[in-house]
Design a protein around this ligand. Structure first.
Ligand code: ZN
Ligand code: FE
Length: 256
């Protein structure tokens, strides 16, 4: 099977747009639609034709370009069924356990409520690639606009169970600010410290810090580590369970 091709480009102020293509069939998916014009320009530059749109959640910077991109390309839209009242237009409503495909490549749809209650992510298990929207960021996670800490911890736990080599495409370039916060709650973590230096160097050169890998995030992202004794101790909750520690870390990030 041919390898998936991916194009990543900046949209709006700090979103990333992604196009994913199966070269054998030419099937090409737009992951979310923060900015239809930017997607059309990226597709044009690559010589690709967008045939599908896969939404992660209803926020404007993820589904706001659906109508314009569909009008320009005729792409078929897949969107989370949990958001039927607030995403439009869509052709197929999908949810946990469903699969979407690009030629012979299959992506599993995983329900990850927390940031919003409709959020889904797309996991190409065969290629160890995932598009995680606003659920997981490099050194961070989505703000809990709708879900509870329990919801988000359960969602992140699903992602954390994937193979370490999984490449994670997050929807925003938030990493440098996330690193500053992560160091405030996990200052002695050597993997985090070296990761933060690497991030500063990349940003100084204007380079993206996305994608990241699950291995790196498991070692350094505080939102994937609330069940470690180091992090629990660091936020003064040594005897607490992971949900309580997660909630405390998330609350501190909201105030940071
Ligand atoms: Zn969002
Ligand atoms: Fe977003």
């Amino acid at each position: 099977m041919s390898k998936l091709e991916i194009r990543q480009f900046s949209c709006l102020s700090d979103n990333y747009g992604f196009l994913v293509r199966d070269p054998a069939s030419g099937e090409t998916a737009a992951i979310d639609t923060p900015d239809a014009d930017a997607y059309l320009a990226a597709a044009n530059e690559a010589g690709w034709t967008i045939t599908q749109i896969w939404n992660t959640h209803h926020h404007f910077d993820h589904a706001g370009g659906n109508a314009a991109l569909k009008a320009a390309t005729g792409a078929v839209i897949y969107a989370p069924k949990y958001d039927q009242h607030r995403i439009e237009p869509a052709d197929h409503w999908i949810g946990d356990g469903d699969q979407v495909r690009l030629g012979d490549h299959i992506a599993d749809v995983i329900y990850t409520p927390g940031h919003t209650m409709g959020h889904i992510v797309y996991h190409f298990a065969g290629q160890k690639i995932a598009f995680v929207g606003d659920t997981l960021f490099a050194l961070g996670c989505g703000r809990l606009f709708e879900g509870t800490p329990q919801n988000m911890w359960d969602s992140l736990s699903k992602l954390r169970a994937w193979p370490d080599e999984t490449v994670l495409y997050c929807a925003h370039e938030y990493t440098q600010a996330n690193a500053a916060f992560a160091l405030s709650v996990d200052p002695d973590n050597p993997e985090l410290r070296s990761y933060a230096i690497d991030i500063d160097q990349r940003r100084a050169k204007g380079l993206a810090t996305v994608p990241t890998t699950l291995e790196r995030e498991k070692a350094a992202n505080p939102f994937l580590r609330p069940d470690t004794s180091e992090l629990a101790k660091s936020v003064g909750l040594s005897d607490a369970g992971p949900v309580e520690v997660f909630a405390e870390v998330r609350a501190r990030k909201d105030r940071f």
